[in-house]
Design a protein around this ligand. Structure first.
Ligand code: PFF
Length: 450
């Protein structure tokens, strides 16, 4: 695979574009991060703000990223640079963000792999109270080497898929994994809905209490929306560079957004009834999924099967997302540093593994070391989701709305006039005015400037 457009890989049919992009979007962000962030921020009100962010900011931004990627057919840095030299910083922001996200994402992905193994061996089923699950979880993540071992396994799995290349690795795995993931999630949500005592949880999740909303809630919802949709860092630019010329970009963006948001809501429906029925605090943070669900499964017949299915689901979701983050960096190194794709993949794998090991240790033996009061793990999460992605998103909207040749944008969205895009004017207003201004205001508000 070379970096000129003729010999660049492309993805197969229309479905592939949706599945591959949805594979990137749907991940731990939906199933692990969304429920605990929603739980931390009051539930129902957060959900409404989140959905508004997805529709008004996320969708236009995803469509812009798709257009930029397919117009240039280059990696994130190359894409911005080829359109306007001065804007290549946006590509670099993306590469750095992808690297930093992988630093903590691989760690959580490692936890899911460990939990999958313990589900299969039946170890998890032997515990009974939520307290026991909590102490097992705390022991595990603070252990110096076990989480690193599982993280390494996960990094290796990602590496293998990336090394197989775009068509064989990324496309095939998304086609297989995404439908499987939906099926498992729907079964578990139905089960959770049928549980006794779960209505409290549904109420928490669906009844808005706006008294809990602060400026930081809006920033967190925004960051979560961008993180979940994989936008603001060039992942969708990179993936769209492999789309076919006749792929309908708007439909693809719409489908991905709907799929991603449905998965987040389904995850809430699966988790909150469970949280309330065993009496766990919905605001218990990153451990929420790892403590709540095993203790629920434990009360069920065939608990091993349930927890195996659930953690398989998490592993699958994580893998299709780590692949996309890895691809952002690999494509950049391959095309901009002119090294082979294999070397580029190895460089990415090794460097992210080192960062992830540090992040893992920062929760245990190195927990004294703090960056602005946060562990390295939390700092990576906060910096990327709440700062780098919204900032990247803000400049990308500005770029697409004001700097990018509108003929290029229009040609991409309408496939050179072959398809109609009736809401172009609305889309342009959102891109030029609404999105950059809202993003800027949210930031200034969070800095305490109002
Ligand atoms: N969207 C992924 C998730 O929700 O888990 C995480 C992610 C993947 C973020 C790719 C950013 C990205 F570029």
């Amino acid at each position: 695979m070379q970096n000129n457009s003729q010999s660049r890989a492309t993805l197969g049919g229309k479905l592939s574009a949706v599945l591959v992009a949805a594979g990137s979007s749907v991940g731990l962000g939906n199933i692990w991060r969304f429920p605990y962030v929603a739980g931390d921020n009051g539930g129902g009100a957060f959900l409404i703000i989140y959905i508004l962010c997805v529709i008004l900011l996320g969708l236009p931004l995803m469509l812009s990223e798709f257009s930029i990627g397919r117009a240039t057919r280059l990696n994130a840095v190359g894409a911005f640079r080829s359109l306007n030299r001065r804007w290549s910083f946006l590509g670099y922001n993306g590469i750095l963000a992808a690297f930093l996200i992988l630093g903590f994402y691989f760690v959580v992905a490692g936890w899911t792999a460990e939990y999958l193994v313990h589900s299969i061996t039946g170890d998890l089923a032997q515990l009974s109270s939520p307290e026991e699950y909590k102490s097992v979880f705390d022991n595990f993540i603070t252990n110096p080497w076990r989480p690193i071992l599982y993280t390494a396994l996960f990094v290796l799995a990602t590496h293998i898929i990336i090394a197989l290349g775009v068509q064989k690795g990324i496309e095939r795995s998304a086609k297989l994994l995404m439908p499987l993931l939906f099926l498992i999630l729907i079964i578990l949500s139905i089960h959770s809905l049928l549980m006794s005592g779960g209505t409290e949880g549904l109420k928490f999740f669906f009844t808005p209490d706006f008294s809990k909303v602060t400026p930081s809630t809006v920033l967190v919802a925004l960051g979560q929306a961008f993180f979940s949709l994989s936008i603001g860092l060039g992942t969708m630019v990179t993936y769209a560079s492999y789309f076919k010329p006749d792929t309908n970009l708007y439909n693809t963006a719409l489908n991905v957004t709907i799929l991603d948001t449905s998965v987040a809501i389904l995850a809430g429906v699966m988790i909150f009834p469970a949280v309330f029925s065993v009496g766990i605090e919905p605001s218990s943070g990153p451990s929420l999924v790892f403590i709540t669900l095993p203790s629920i499964f434990n009360g069920l017949p065939l608990s091993m099967v349930w927890s195996t299915i659930f953690f398989l689901l998490l592993v699958i979701a994580a893998l299709t997302s780590t692949i996309s983050l890895h691809e952002v960096i690999t494509a950049y190194l391959h095309e901009e540093w002119h090294v082979s794709r294999k070397t580029a993949a190895w460089l990415t794998t090794l460097s992210t593994m080192v960062l992830a090991s540090f992040a893992s240790l920062s929760l245990g033996v190195w927990n004294e070391m703090k960056i602005c009061g946060l562990s390295l793990f939390d700092a990576l999460d906060y910096l990327t989701a709440n700062i780098m992605l919204p900032v990247g998103g803000m400049f990308t909207c500005f770029f697409a709305g004001w700097k990018l040749d509108q003929q290029v944008l229009k040609a991409q969205i309408t496939n050179n006039g072959a398809i109609k895009f009736r809401i172009y004017k609305l889309f342009r207003v959102l891109l030029r005015y609404f999105c950059p201004i809202v993003l800027l205001l949210v930031f200034l508000d969070n800095l305490g400037l109002f």
